[in-house]
Design a protein around this ligand. Structure first.
Ligand code: ADP
Ligand code: MG
Length: 391
């Protein structure tokens, strides 16, 4: 890897992928004075529409990758499903984070579980399913389970809930490719931890966010986590750091955890890892000294990490495309943002997506307040005003 370290403000940072995570990265990098070039096939994508330059091309387009590398001495990604070989190619020319090896682990559930377990950290009980014959040897204890395609899943896509072996066999045929069959766990709650790690090995770790999912999609993140105990917090922080160090990870990494009840009380299981800023870390934009996106920009540019200190309690609510539809029959219409904006502590973030679709992440709101009770109260009011169910 060529190390054109440091890229001074005013220079170009490259980004592979053009969604909302890329948009927020670009905005953070631009705040630091950088120019951002996005490589993404979508002309109107959330990142391309704010970037200083856009290469409209497929992630595997060699000449396009080459021009990105020529323009940008340092490059990062916002999307774990970019082909690892594209990152490897870019890394031959420019400082590229995270590494192709780290992304390859995170983009394949089989490799991911194997890797996390090899770090001595508990994962969800599961079986690797390479072909339909593998179901014959799956333990009955894994049912009811969730069959997850090993690659390309996100927001609950590429998954099927299965009650028994027969349903699993049927679901496998429609998923295509290899999969993991996970036992469906009774979750006490879910948390995630985000760590920023520089290429000198320095780390900055954010406090855990407590995450509520609805239909497989993140709905609400609350910080500080109302339910976490000091012991569990120490466990998830230690596990996150161990994973980041074992990967020799450079960049922003998120580890999603399930908290489950076992014989001795509450225990931690790793669900999955994301080699990029994460939806559950959006609260850092408004509630922390340095956001997860600003850390990403600092790391790729070779600058020191920022302070992760949280100055406010926060509740982040995702805004899905469903909000644009009053009912099944109606045309899409803009939600009434005054329900959000009349609260001075509510920060509205919209991603500029042209078309609202059900289940599509269109934006988020982060409510900040001096204490957790106020943040929750205001967040519930914002949710009620938008027609989002309480939690
Ligand atoms: P994605 O890659 O789409 O984020 P996840 O595997 O993280 O998919 O699953 C999304 C959500 O579905 C989880 O955050 C959790 O709420 C629920 N879920 C996933 N796997 C399990 C499981 N084995 N047991 C119970 N709930 C699960
Ligand atoms: Mg997930």
């Amino acid at each position: 890897m060529s190390r054109a370290r440091v890229v001074a403000p005013g220079g170009w940072l490259g980004l592979l992928g053009g969604g909302q995570l890329g948009r927020m990265f670009a905005m953070a990098a631009q705040s630091l004075g950088y120019r951002v070039c996005v490589l993404d096939p979508d002309r109107d994508g959330p990142a391309a529409s704010v970037a200083d330059d856009h290469i409209e091309a497929d992630y595997l387009d060699a000449p396009a990758l080459e021009s990105l590398a020529l323009q940008c001495p340092a490059i990062t990604t916002e999307f774990e499903n970019v082909p690892a070989q594209s990152l490897a190619f870019l890394a031959e020319h420019s400082f590229t984070t995270p590494s192709a090896e780290s992304v390859a682990v995170a983009q394949d559930r089989i490799a991911e579980k194997r890797f996390v377990a090899s770090c001595g950290i508990a994962v969800v009980p599961h079986a690797v399913i390479e072909s339909v014959e593998d179901f014959a040897s799956t333990s009955d204890d894994l049912y009811p389970g969730i069959l997850k395609a090993s690659r390309m899943g996100y927001d609950g896509k590429g998954q099927a809930r299965v009650a028994n072996r027969a349903e699993a066999v049927e679901a496998f045929a429609s998923l295509g490719g290899s999969a993991v069959l996970e036992k469906r766990l009774e979750l006490a709650f879910e948390v995630s931890v985000i760590v920023a790690r520089g290429d000198d090995g320095a780390t900055a770790i954010y406090a855990p966010a407590e995450n509520l999912h609805r239909e497989g999609i993140l709905a609400v993140s609350t910080v500080p986590s109302p339910q976490i105990t000091p012991t569990l917090e120490a466990d998830v922080v230690a596990a996150t750091l161990r994973i980041a160090h074992a990967l020799d990870y450079v960049g922003v990494l998120c580890v999603e955890f399930f908290i489950v009840r076992d014989a001795d009380g509450l225990a931690v299981r790793v669900n999955e890892i994301a080699p990029r800023p994460h939806n559950s870390g959006h609260y850092t934009i408004n509630a922390c000294v340095t956001s997860q996106f600003s850390q990403q920009a600092r790391i790729v540019a070779g600058l020191p990490l920022g302070d992760v200190r949280r100055h406010s309690a926060a509740v982040m609510i995702n805004l899905l495309g469903d909000l644009w539809f009053e009912s099944e029959e109606h045309e899409a219409r803009e939600p009434d943002w005054s329900a959000v904006l009349r609260h001075p502590g509510a920060n509205l973030h919209l991603y500029g997506k042209r078309e609202a679709r059900r289940g599509r992440k269109m934006g988020h709101v982060t409510v900040v307040a001096p204490n957790a009770d106020d943040a929750r109260r205001i967040a519930l009011d914002v949710a009620a005003g938008l027609g989002i169910a309480a939690w």
